[in-house]
Every structure is written in C-alpha cells, then in structure tokens.
Design a protein around this ligand. Sequence first.
Ligand SMILES: *Cc1c(COP(=O)(O)O)cnc(C)c1O
Length: 949
Amino acid sequence: MPFTPTDYLPYDFANRRHIGPSPKEMAEMLEVLGIDSLDGLIDETIPASIRMEGGLDFGKPLSERQLLYHMRVVSSKNRVLTSLIGQGYHGTVTPPAIQRNILENPAWYTAYTPYQPEISQGRLEALLNFQTMISDLTGLEIANASLLDESTACAEAMTMAQRVAKSKAGAFFVDENCHPQNIAVMKTRAAPLGIEVIVGAPEALDPAAVFGAIFQYPGTYGHVRDFTDQIAALHGADAIGVISADPLSLTLLKEPGAMGADIVVGSAQRFGVPMGYGGPHAAYMATKDAYKRAMPGRLVGISIDSHGNKAYRLALQTREQHIRREKATSNVCTAQALLAVMASFYGVFHGPEGLKAIAQRIHRKTVRLARGLEEAGFTIEPEAFFDTITVDVGRFQKGVMQAAVAEGVNLRKVGESKVGITLDEATRSGVIEKVWRAFGIERADDDLTAEYRVPEALHRQTPYLQHEVFHMNRAETEMMRYMRRLADRDLALDRAMIPLGSCTMKLNAAVEMMPVSWREFSLLHPFAPADQAEGYRELIDDLSAKLCAITGYDDLSMQPNSGAQGEYAGLLTIAAYHRARGEGHRNVCLIPTSAHGTNPASAQMVGWKVVPVKSAANGDIDLDDFRAKAEKHGENLAGCMITYPSTHGVFEETVRDVCAITHEHGGQVYIDGANMNAMVGLSRPGDLGGDVSHLNLHKTFCIPHGGGGPGMGPIGVKAHLAPHLPGHPVTGGEEGPVSAAPFGSPSLLPISWAYILLMGGKGLAQATKVAILNANYIAKRLEGAYDVLYKGGKGRVAHECILDTRPFEKSAGVTVEDIAKRLVDCGFHAPTMSWPVAGTLMVEPTESETKAELDRFCDAMLAIREEIRAIEEGKIDRENNPLKNAPHTMEDLVREWDRPYSREQGCFPPGAFRVDKYWPPVNRVDNAYGDRNLICTCPPMEDYADAAE
Ligand SMILES: *Cc1c(COP(=O)(O)O)cnc(C)c1O
C-alpha cells in the first residue's frame, strides 16, 4: 500500500472532524495520483523555496470537551452588565425561534452568497423581506441586502452622494450629532479621496459648499429633529441629503423619505441581533429609485425563470467589483446576509404592530426615566427624544457612572459633565430604578402614565410593513415552518459540497459555533469599559498571536469586517507609512489582471491608480511586464497587490522576485490572503516578502459564510507598518478607524480561535495538505474530460484548480453556465464561475470533503462531459438537451414531457441522490429580464398566486 502511517496523524492531532478523507481513502487517492505519500505530493506542489521553516507549535490540540471548558473559563472573564450606552448599539431580545432556527441552523449559516439563484431562493426571499422592511421603514423606494456596519454605511452614502450629486462642491457636511464612530469612519474614507468633511450643527449647514450632508436620526445625544428644511436647501443647491436612522424609531417617527432624504443608512442590530461586543450586524442602505445604479452592496430583485415563474436573484450585478473592478460602486463583497436574514425574521415575527409596540414601550420607559430624574432636579436634554437622553451632572460625572456600574449598569460618558442613557427593548423597571439609584434617587418605577415626548409634527403618518409576509399567523408553528420552508429551498454545506474556488467553503464545526450564542460573548456593548471585556482581550490577543505565527507577520488588526475591508485597511496602512516617510505622493498600485475584483476596487478607495499587470501563458504573473511597470512608475510606486497561491491555483515560484522588484522601487507588497487554506502550516506570506495581508476568517478559519456574510478580514503586518494600523476613537491609535467597532465583529472570533485550538499546529498543516490532496484528486479524476488550465512545474495544482470549459461553447454550444446549472440537477452548488478566467470553472473542494463526496462530484462532471459529447456528436439537439434545460424542477418531472431525453436522465443524472434528491424550486433564472424590470421589494400577493398556477 503506497501509504505510510506518518501520513495520517493520530486522532488527537489532525482530528477527523475537519478532515474529510479517512486514512484508507487518502491512501486510495494517493494511489490515483501515482504518488506514495502525502508529504511527497506536497513536495511536488509547494516549491521548497517558499516552504516555512519548522512547523507551527500551538501546544496539544484540545478535545471538544476541553475546548468548551476553556471557552467557558475565558468567556467568564467578560462581565455582562446592562449597557445603556447607546451610540448605535442596543440591547435587544432575540426571539428563541430565530436564534435556534436561523442563527444556530447550518441550513442558514453554511450557505454561500446567492450568486446561483436557483439554489438560493430561500435566503433570497428572506433578504427581499429585509429590503422590503427597510424600504418601508425609511420611506425610500429601494434598499440593499445589507452593508457591513452603520459607520461604513455612512461612508458609502457619502461617496455615493458624491457620485450622484449634480453639485460639484468638494465638501461633505456631517451633523455633529452623528455617532462619533460614524464621523471617524467617514473622515477616514474622505481623506484619501480628497473630500473635505465639515462637522457642525445642522443649523450651520451651508448647502452651496457641499455635495451632500448626513444627519443622525435620532441624534447620538437623543435629539429628534425634522431635517426637511435642510434637505430642501440641499436640493436647492443640487446636493444630496443623507440620514442615518435607527429603523426601530421609524415605527413612531416621521420617516426620512417624508423629509425628502435621498439616501438613508443605519444599523438593523436592534432587530434581534445581539450587540456581540461590536458585531456582526447588518447595516442597511435605502435610496430613491433614480439612484439605484449608484448604490453599493448586493441587491435582491425579482425576475422570472425559464417557465415564466417568479424567481429571485441578485440584481444589477454589473455594479459590482467582479465586473467593474476599480470603477465599481464599492468594494463590498462579503456583507452581512445572515444578520439581515435574522433582522428580517424579527420583522416578520413581530409585524408592524409588534415593532411599533416595542418602540412605544421603549419610548414610554425613557420618558418615565426622564421624569424621575427631572422631578429630582436634574436637567434633561433634549426636549424631544425617542430612547436617549443626556443628563447634566456637572462634576459628578465620574461618580454617577461608577455608581451605575456598581448597580450593574453602563452609562455613556458625554463630554466632561454629562451622561447619556439609552433604553432598549430589554430594559425592565428594575433597570430604570438602578439608574435612578446611581443618581441618588430612591424611587419605584410604578407610575406608568403614558406620556410622549415626540412633537406632533414628527409623528409618523404613513403605514409600513403592509405586505402579507409581515401579517402571517404568528403562532410559532407557522414561523418555524416558514423558516424551514425557505431553508429547504436552498443548497448549503449541510447538504452537499460547495466547491467554490477562492471561497473556501469548509466545515463550520458545531462545537466552534456554540460559544457564539453564549451571553458572555454576545451581550457586550462594544464601548463597555475594558475591564468588563477581559475575556475578549485574552481571546483577541491569543488569536492575534497565533495568526501572526501562521502568517509570519508581527502585528495584526482585527478591525476589518471582510476581506475587502482588510484590503482597504491594509492599503491605508501602506499609504500612511509612505506619508510618514515623506513619500505621500506614491499612488500607483500594480495589480495582476487575474486579481479578485475587490483588489482594484479597494485600491481606488485609497485614491490610487491601478496599473494592471498581465499573466504569462502559464498563468503566473508576467515577470517582465511586472518589472517594466514597476520601473516605469518607480518614483510613484505605492505597491502591488498579489494573491498567493495565485488565483490560478498555482504556487508561483517567482513570488519572491515580484516582492523584491516592488521593494526595490520603494513599494510595499500586499498579499491577498484569501488563499491561506493552501498555506497554513506550510508557507507564510510574511516570509515571502509580503508587508501586509488580510485573512478571510470566513474562509480559511471556519467562520461560516452565512449566505453572504458575516465575515472578518483582519490584517497582519510587518513591524514597520504596525504604527499605521487602524485606530479607533474609543481605543486610540494614530490612524482613523475603518469599522464602527474597534475589533470588527468580535463575537465571531471564538469560531476561528476554537478551530485553531482544536487542530493544533500539526493538525492545521495536515488540513492544508489534505486540501491540496483533494484538489489534485479532482484534477486527476477529471483528466481527459476537462483540461486543467494551470498547473505548477511538477504538474500539480494547489488547493484549487481551473477547469477549462470554454471549448464546449464552440463544439456543442454549451456554456459554463449550462454546466453550472446542470450541476444543480446533480445535487451540487456550482464551482466559481468565470473567475479568474472567463468561461471556466474554478473548483476548490477543501480538506473537509470525503472521498465519497469528491467522487460524487467527479462522477457528475464526467457524466456532464458525456452529455456534451452527445451534442458534439449530433446525438442530441443543441438547444433541447439536459444542459440547456437545466436545472430541472419537480414540476418538469410531472408536466408533459416532450424532450429528446428521458425524465430519468433529466432529473436524476449521476451524482443526484434518489431519496435525498435536491429539487431546485425554480428553473433557470432570467437575469436580464429582472434587470430590465427591476423590482426589489416584495411583490403584491396576487403575483404569488399567479406563479403558483
Ligand atoms: C473572497 C476574496 C476576497 C474578498 O473577501 P470578502 O470577505 O468577500 O470581502 C478578496 N480576494 C480574494 C482572492 C478572495 O477570494
């Protein structure tokens, strides 16, 4: 047997949880590859010159029980107080039905971004519900399916305003009542683009001087104001009016649409998503129909399928970086889909009456709190408020805040003499009484007389959430079944391999997910005093140290909330470094044409000029072209962005040369770390010459993709860049923040930490090796049927491979899309389509898939090749064939069958399970139709009836 026992590490090292193939299966796979050991395969795959010295040593890997115990110990170092700090983050009650059926349900959290609409109808419907809810609450026509956080949403609104405003003024006005982190992130974003940010009182706005303005509603200190006049004045000057609004308050307050706002952003956190010490939560953006094409982020719309039935899919994708590169509307790729889904179900669960009742209760409680304080002689601001008041306590600020903490309550420090208090859905009378006690008031919260402090003129006059879905029977039975029905329409990792190249859809182990729901991790406010978050500190420090060891970097920032945000943060860090050395003029960035679309889109956001570099015939970076361009732009070279191993799925031997050339010309090297799953434990970007990299914790480090987010994109840097990492108004630092919260979305970090602790250093390396084995096994099995576009010197691929499906277009009229859709019939999510090479499929199985699943996929792909051959040989029609008609639905099976192939062949091709067959709910979706007839909110119910006929 060509297999040595050392190839497979004992159970407590590379445990079977994460590694799909059994030792026996690995032996069989190596035999197919014609090599006698796993290490031999790795030697053929990863050039010796780029291997790391020694291995990772993280001590003994933990068992699941040890891990949970360890997590309990660490989490107990976080102290959960009642945080009434507000500032954009609120206590909320997650309905258990949503926690269990969505947040903790792999059918929802292991799904991918819904690029393949036929297998994503469930989450697309949930996201459309989210868009409908946001559109209704804000009073604007169109809303997207989430942005990363409120602060970045404000920044996106600012740049969008600049894109659409007719005013050519160079400044943007920011209401001083915006949350401080929103102001800070907007300033970060504005600086490299040359936008002047003017912060001031709304009354001080000079519309002629700006291309747009943003107002916070309610303001960070509680003010509720009508911005109608300011927005009218802005319009008079051809400028854009933006409001950042708390969506819950909009159930009571005049909506921004009624004030004339052009863009509305905000956070949907308090719709049932715990604070999580900063995230993840869904931010939203809504705008007028006229501006839809300038909107960043994903947008779900309604189209039809090939039988004319209603079908959802992502709309206006041509705005996105994958196509538009540096001209994209933004670099947002991974967003906050799962959190948007949770928020949408919170809306479905409570309905308009429920949401309004929650908001009214919060407001009445705030009024009671205020009354108690006023009657004790305190001065309350503002006069009109929703859930937030500010109390002037003079020199007693510290004393009051400390007394509150002693009562178990965090208040907000406002200036030097005031405290802010924000109430929420979870506030009970006991908490109000505690707050009073902190002010020295002994009083019972028993005078429940309803009183409102919102002026008549600001009462909302329009209805919202009138669609049926927000009025369904709210018995939990019905809710549970609705969530189950939607989940069942989708194909997630809990059903089948999702072999998406570059996206690394690997196991998100149950034990890793459990701590996410623990209150010690989920209930902390991001701005809670540091001494209440010592557990988080320990987690973040240890995880950072381990990620530095894995990548070969010296320091790390956890702030970025996605890979693209990491890119942006990393490039800002480089720019700050150049500036500090008096070389702030450097603004040219070399980016291979094969780069992920977020790379050029991020470079554009730091104001750099993107210079594309060609690929050589073998797929590597064309070194001559690279050198020539580095020389040409030498004086102004800011750096390069490369991906390793390359997006072509190969460990380029020349990577050190690329780095050296960049450094010679004074540039810095950004290595996109999305492909770390091919490197962990074997090679380190920091050793290859990288100065900074982001890690997609939602790819390599097991955070689930959530159907399009959440994610985390921390950046590792070499020591010389460390002083220039993102700072934050709360935690300090020289540079501005890139995210709302200092550590991004910390409540996800237990997942990645758990993964590393469970695997240990050797286990992580073993995972990398098996990921490479699995990819090579697929490449080998498909040999002869499909050409693998790029291979390394020894004929091996890295952790993914590109299958060339372009020839079939000519030979049989079969497109890459036909193959992708046919794979749905076989029970698979398609591989990455048309990237990085148009017309091809990029397959990444990851280490998590078993040999049986790899074989099922290969069998399906080989059968598809035979179907193509039948067309090539004229045995079956070029138009009416299983590929063109794919995917097949259960409707197809029972409707009249007039096709030149059998129902059996159509619906049960190799790969498809007989009993557990996945049936897509719709036939092939017509993308163009949907973009021509754009509908991005829930359609009226009659349409549903039509579709069912
Ligand atoms: C996924 C990916 C990114 C972007 O990461 P997001 O988290 O989706 O923003 C960047 N580069 C590469 C190569 C990727 O695969």
